[in-house]
Design a protein. Structure first.
Ligand code: C2E
Ligand code: MG
Ligand code: MG
Length: 699
């Protein structure tokens, strides 16, 4: 027999030797399981262990699986190896809490062995290990062969309750096809991508894509080979579920399991460094790369801003949530992390979903107003404004959505109040006959109420600037301009009257008034003014003036003296020339009606007066008191003494003037010169007396 491949025969010979050694090793239980922790990235809590085979060689020391697994494959010892390993694993599992899973690697040849599920089941049953805690990791290379067979075996393994993980994803030739062909539950991102994530953007993008793919297929994503926190943070940011690597622990022999479990299950809280910014942080990212101070600031901002903030990944799961938002949701921060918005906020999610999807497509929006449900129905309904911003990685890819929520209840209330008050204002303005307007410091009209248009027919836009002048009566333009210019120059309030042309063709008198508003520096910044229709007022004033003139003419012409006094004390406000003549008045200052009539000398009622009772002689101002008290007086005759010693008879008639409401607003005193008559009468009387005496003496 000749050997065509002498080199190969040496390899075969060596392999045969090693295979024997391996077989012996298996018999002597030199192949033992090592356990490497699998950790939930979000919480850092232990989720299970991956079982990694080790050959404890008596001479060569610890041999890694990469060296002996291919040998076992070639020698058909894999079944035996896995069987031995599983027994040891299930024995060790007695010390492992029930909620933790165990992942075991299955090799290529084993997936062609229809007895595999049975063997696994037998070993598990013997150790009373529930198969739903078992995850079987299948590398892509194991799937290259007969996929039909592999499918049947994998399905049976799943039916027994175990889960399947696709190991070393991304390294094989047809990863995606395998993903589709077998009913996997987990996707393990190969360590080669994970380890280089910190160095190349490509690896980051591949890792992101694999996580995204896993998430979109509802698979648990596991990252292998995590050696640094930075990588862990990036993976968490991408939405990866589990992590495995030296950062969390190297593979350990069974005897070291209790130690690992103690450390991982009941993790000693990290000794808080003085003023440690991360101690009580709700930020899942531990950005060690940042200077401590900046991180502290970031954390403080994140939790302290009066705005609800969160970051959701591409699958719309909460990656981080600040305390404010958690408060708005009436839920603890922890109730959000890692969960879908749809499950945390089911009633709000349908409203947000279109915005979130838009943000994932790179489009920001900030106009969603919603009311979060409040568990307490008595609480005031609160309105929130939500903004959605796409968050991009350094490659400008959208990796999630940054959401901010602002409580705008107060603003809403203010807006409402403002709308109401504006409405109120508008109504007031509409009802107000005045036309409000504003002008700039140069007198250019900036705005005027619509009323101006309805009054003048000149539109508001046409009236701005100096356009309003066109509505003025040509005769009033000059005077109005002059007065306005004067106000603008001096800053003194404007008060001007002019006529405007009405829509109905008539001219109406208007009164424009304005005051200046000044800035802090004292300079005028605005003129605020009004225009009001004073036509009726002016007509009334004119009518009044006319009737006043008529009255005045009568007042001046009557042969009776008239003195007008006003309430409340009876001070003289007016007297006609006749009164002044009779009373020989020289009074210039306003006097009390009594003093006015008395002149400077007191006057006493004459002996023949008809009525003196109306006037109380003891009072200083009997006339005023009587009239202001609402009484009419007289006619009463008085002999009035003048300062030159002469005297004259007068007759006074007083009457109160009443308001329409009956109140005394003043009084009128009519004065008649009765001196002639009186003296004539006196003479007659004297004559009578003389005649009488003469008659008596004759008798
Ligand atoms: P694997 O299933 O992908 O296991 C992960 C490998 O990465 C392990 O190597 C582990 O020790 C290593 N590893 C874990 N974390 C880190 C890390 O942070 N940095 C680095 N540099 N490496 C890390 P290990 O134990 O040498 O196993 C190699 C491969 O051998 C395994 O890859 C698995 O495919 C295979 N294997 C291990 N045990 C068994 C077994 O019992 N049966 C079969 N069929 N294959 C096994
Ligand atoms: Mg593995
Ligand atoms: Mg792997």
């Amino acid at each position: 027999m000749y050997n065509l491949h002498p080199g190969r025969s040496i390899v075969v010979a060596m392999a045969a030797e090693d295979a024997n050694a391996l077989r012996r090793a298996l018999e002597k239980n030199e192949i033992i399981p090592y356990f490497q922790p699998l950790v939930e990235l979000r919480t850092g809590l232990l989720s299970g262990f991956e079982v990694l085979a080790r050959w404890l060689h008596p001479n060569r020391g610890l041999i890694t699986p990469n060296e002996f697994i291919p040998l076992a494959e070639d020698a058909g010892l894999n079944g035996l190896l896995t069987g031995n390993l599983l027994r040891a694993v299930f024995t060790a599992a007695k010390d492992i809490p029930e909620h933790l899973t165990l992942s075991v690697n299955i090799s290529l040849t084993q997936l062609t062995d229809f007895s595999l599920p049975k063997h696994i089941r037998a070993a598990a049953e013997q150790a009373s290990f529930p198969l739903n805690r078992l995850i079987l990791e299948i590398t892509e290379s194991a799937l290259v062969g007969n996929t039909e067979q592999a499918y049947r075996i994998a399905t049976e393994l799943k039916e027994q309750g175990s889960r399947l993980a696709l190991d070393d994803f991304g390294t094989g030739y047809s990863s995606l096809r395998h993903l589709q062909s077998l009913p996997f539950d987990e996707l393990k991102i190969d360590a080669s991508f994970v380890r280089s994530m910190g160095h190349t953007r490509e690896s980051r993008k591949i890792a992101a894509a694999i996580v995204g793919l896993g998430n979109s297929l509802s698979l648990t994503t596991v990252a292998e080979g995590i050696e640094s926190q930075t990588t862990a943070d990036m993976l968490l940011w991408l939405g990866c579920d589990l992590g495995q690597g030296w950062l969390y622990g190297r593979p350990v022999p069974p005897e070291q399991l209790p130690e690992v479990l103690a450390a991982r299950l009941d993790p000693v809280p990290p000794v808080p460094e003085p003023r440690s910014p991360v101690a009580d942080s709700t930020l899942p990212l531990r950005l060690e790369a940042l200077p401590t101070q900046r991180l502290a600031q970031l954390n403080a901002i994140y939790d302290g801003v009066p705005v609800g903030l969160c970051f959701v990944d591409r699958n719309l799961r909460y990656v981080s949530v600040n305390k404010r938002l958690a408060g708005m949701h009436h839920l603890p921060v922890a109730a959000h992390l890692g969960r879908y918005i749809s499950e945390v906020m089911p009633s709000v999610f349908p409203l947000c979903e279109p915005y979130l999807l838009r943000a994932l497509n790179g489009q920001a929006s900030n106009d969603l107003e919603i009311c979060y449900p409040d568990p307490n129905p008595l609480n005031e309904k609160r309105t929130h404004l939500i903004s959605f911003h796409p968050a991009r990685d350094e490659a400008d890819e959208v990796i999630g959505v940054s959401v901010s929520v602002v409580d705008i209840t107060r603003r809403k209330q203010a807006e409402q109040a403002l709308a109401e008050s504006e409405d109120h204002y508008r109504h007031t303005v509409e009802l107000n006959p005045q036309v409000p307007w504003t002008a700039d410091p140069q007198g250019m009209i900036l705005d005027a109420s619509q009323r101006w248009e309805s009054l003048t027919g000149l539109s508001v836009p046409d009236s701005l600037g100096t356009g309003w002048i066109r509505a003025l009566h040509p005769d009033d333009v000059k005077s109005t301009s002059r007065i306005w210019t004067e106000s603008l120059r001096t800053g003194r309030p404007l008060d001007v009257q002019y006529r405007i042309h009405r829509v109905d063709g008539t001219w109406r008198w208007m009164r424009a008034r304005a005051t200046a508003r000044r800035g802090k520096d004292g300079k005028i910044i605005r003129w605020y003014g009004t225009v009001e229709d004073i036509n009726d007022q002016r007509s009334a004033e004119e009518a009044l003036r006319r009737s006043e003139a008529r009255l005045k003419a009568v007042f001046d012409a009557v042969p009776v003296g008239i003195v007008i006094a006003e309430a409340p004390d009876g001070r003289v406000v007016m007297s006609n020339p006749r009164a002044e003549e009779i009373l020989r008045s020289t009074e210039t200052a306003p006097a009390m009606i009594d003093d006015y009539c008395r002149e400077s000398i007191s006057f006493t009622p004459g002996p023949n007066t008809k009525s003196t009772r109306n006037i109380d002689q003891d009072q200083d101002h009997p006339l005023a008191n009587a009239i202001m008290g609402g009484k009419s007086i007289g006619p009463t005759e008085y002999l009035r003494f003048h300062s030159d010693g002469s005297s004259a008879w007068i007759s006074l008639t007083g009457a109160p003037v009443l308001d329409p409401d009956g109140k005394v607003s003043g009084g009128v005193v009519a004065i008649q010169d009765i001196d002639e008559d009186k003296r004539e009468m006196q003479r007659l009387s004297d004559l009578n007396t003389v005649l009488k005496i003469k008659l008596e003496t004759h008798q």
